[in-house]
Design a protein around this ligand. Structure first.
Ligand code: ADP
Length: 585
């Protein structure tokens, strides 16, 4: 049932109706009660003398009491008449005047009760209109009853209109609260902030006196993710462990049924959820801020209950309306999703951290192993060179040549590994400077022209007349350009042509290396920049290589905040393009 927000207007209308009834139907007293959202019938209009008004106005009776009275009443059309001899205890208008009874068969007895139920359009009880003390001292006749029925219809309409208005206004208000909460919950990933930021709109939007939000700590989660927010901020006590455990249990039970529960210190504890002692525990806590009712809603997502929201009101505040309960449940679902996101985000962050640690460990390992390999390798190469200078038998010469080839490949690998660990180390920041890319490109072409001419491959360098400077580390950029030129030459057939072009396009230095070599299949292109990856093409595998060259190029370009692209077609050639930043102006 709805609380009537526009109660002021309504009470005026009902007062007019009550006075009309008293005047026209001829009763000393007429009283109207309407149904509050907590199930009580509250007396809001009384026509009659001051004593009657003082005794009746504002009093509440449970709806069940009136219903019990209807059961023993005579049906006078839409009216219900309970003769005094059938009455048990004080009900009806709740006021028993001290007046003499006439000595006639249809005399009105002070304890008689005549009540008109006021109905909503759907037939539910919305209130009651009761009368007492007929001017003529007799039970009302047919005409009076009909007039009374007419007035009761008017009162019913007035209550319904007020309800409709109130419901509409409330829906608008709650929709606004929900919009704010949804926005807040969806915006931030920091759970503590989400909960904090939701407190204000919920407190004002739902008209709460206090609020207590708690998100559970997930299993195995780092401490700190489980958060709470409370209003007022200077809440005088901390919830006890016992209360926390109770709230958690109730939240799980409520989430299982997707329901909210209202606790009131004047009502029995909902026995399926808490015991009398447990309800007392709750009210000892919220009693610190003089709260007398608690609307408790679970927070959750999917099958998981993730926390709860407890909204409190004082005795002076209105009772919770159905719409407010629905809105609070919706807020519980919104915040549940926010908790879930925050947890996933936290988990993701942890995984990223673990992966970064692992990657760092791998880089360190590669670096250590490469250094350890380098010294013995240098000794091997030196001694082989020494032995090759001495005249030995042909078998020894062949063995020495094989050792020299093997050592050269190992040197290449160790060299690449060292370079890879260097450019992959996040703790080794880039210290950029202007790098003359014409010099870098010329040296790269010079370095490979001998190998190219041995393979009958032509290498061309295309640069404009203007200098081209990139912003980076000279040694790294040198290595990146050398690697792609080296590949272009290595994977080109005799008669092929390699073109290295240098230009500035849209503020970026573009280094392009185009060849007419064996090309790379689309499937291979996907994994080209992965460590140790060598394409599946048999001709390519036959060439010496480590599978690290392009990984190094990619890491260098990334460190320089540049981009590396490849266009290639199997059997037709490849184009590698590096885009690098220019020095700041
Ligand atoms: P590698 O030491 O094997 O050359 P890279 O990382 O430099 O290692 O290259 C990875 C793979 O990419 C090579 O094994 C080769 O198959 C392919 N590749 C690289 N550049 C070219 C190119 N210009 N033409 C054809 N294939 C290439």
């Amino acid at each position: 049932m709805n609380q009537v927000n526009a109660s002021h207007d309504l009470e005026e209308v009902l007062q007019t109706v009550a006075e009309g009834v008293a005047d026209v139907v001829g009763f000393e007293v007429a009283a109207i009660r309407y149904l509050r959202s907590d199930g009580d019938l509250e007396c809001v209009a009384v026509a009659g003398d001051e004593t009657a008004r003082a005794q009746l106005l504002g009093t509440r009776i449970p709806v069940a009491e009136i219903q019990a009275e209807f059961e023993m009443a005579d049906e006078w059309g839409a009216l219900r008449f309970v003769p005094h001899e059938r009455l048990r205890g004080s009900v009806g208008a709740g006021w028993i005047p001290d007046v003499p009874t006439l000595d006639v068969p249809d005399a009105w007895h002070p304890e008689d009760a005549l009540i008109a139920p006021l109905s909503s359009p759907t037939g539910e009880l919305a209130g009651v209109l009761s009368v007492d003390l007929p001017h003529d001292g007799r039970r009302p006749g047919q005409f009076q009853r009909e007039v009374l029925e007419m007035y009761s219809v008017q009162a019913g309409i007035a209550i319904n209109n007020a309800w409709q208005r109130a419901r509409l206004a409330e829906q608008v208000r709650l929709a606004e609260v929900l919009r704010t909460i949804t926005q807040t919950a969806g915006r931030a990933l920091d759970l503590g902030r989400v909960l904090d930021e939701c407190v204000e709109p919920v407190v004002t939007g739902l008209g709460c006196h206090g609020i207590w939000i708690r998100a559970f700590e997930g299993e195995g989660e780092r401490p700190g993710i489980g958060r709470g927010a409370i209003h007022p901020r200077d809440f005088p006590v901390e919830p006890s462990d016992e209360l926390l455990a109770l709230a958690k249990r109730v939240a799980h039970d409520c989430w299982a049924d997707r329901r909210a529960v209202i606790f009131s210190d004047t009502k029995p504890a909902p026995s399926d959820l808490v015991s009398v002692d447990e309800q007392e525990l709750l009210f000892r806590f919220v009693g610190h801020i003089h709260s007398r009712t608690v609307l408790f809603v679970p927070m959750g997502a999917g099958r998981e209950c993730l926390g709860y929201i407890a909204l409190t009101r004082t005795a002076e505040d209105a009772a919770w309306s159905d719409e407010e309960v629905d809105a609070a449940l919706e807020i519980g679902r919104d915040l549940g999703r926010a908790v879930l996101h925050a947890r996933l985000f936290e988990r993701e962050r942890q995984i990223v951290e673990e992966l970064q640690d692992l990657d760092h460990y791998k880089t360190e390992l590669i670096s250590t192993v490469s250094h350890e390999l380098r010294n013995p390798l240098t000794a091997i190469v030196g001694h082989v060179e020494l032995l090759q200078m001495l005249d030995g038998p042909p078998e020894t010469e062949r063995s020495l040549a094989a050792i020299a080839r093997g050592s050269a490949r190992l040197e290449l690998l160790v060299d690449d590994l060292l370079m890879l660990s260097k450019v992959s180390d996040p703790h080794r920041p880039l210290i950029p400077q202007p790098v003359d890319m014409v010099v870098v490109a010329t040296e790269a072409v010079d370095m490979f022209c001998l190998q190219a001419s041995r393979q009958n491959v032509e290498v061309r360098l295309v640069v404009g007349s203007r200098p081209v400077f990139a912003w980076g580390e000279p040694a790294e950029l040198d290595r990146a350009v050398c690697n792609i030129v080296s590949n272009a030459v290595k994977y080109s057939p005799a008669g092929g042509q390699v073109t290295l072009t240098l230009e500035v396009l849209e503020g970026l230095v573009v280094v392009e290396c185009r060849d007419q070599g064996m090309g790379i299949s689309e499937a291979d292109q996907v994994r080209l920049f992965t460590e140790f990856y060598r394409s599946s093409n048999a001709d390519a595998i036959a060439m010496p290589g480590t599978g690290l060259g392009l990984t190094i190029v990619k890491r260098i370009v990334d460190r320089h905040r540049g981009t590396l692209t490849v266009e290639s077609e199997l059997g037709r050639g490849s184009t590698f393009r590096m885009m690098l930043p220019q020095p700041p102006k």
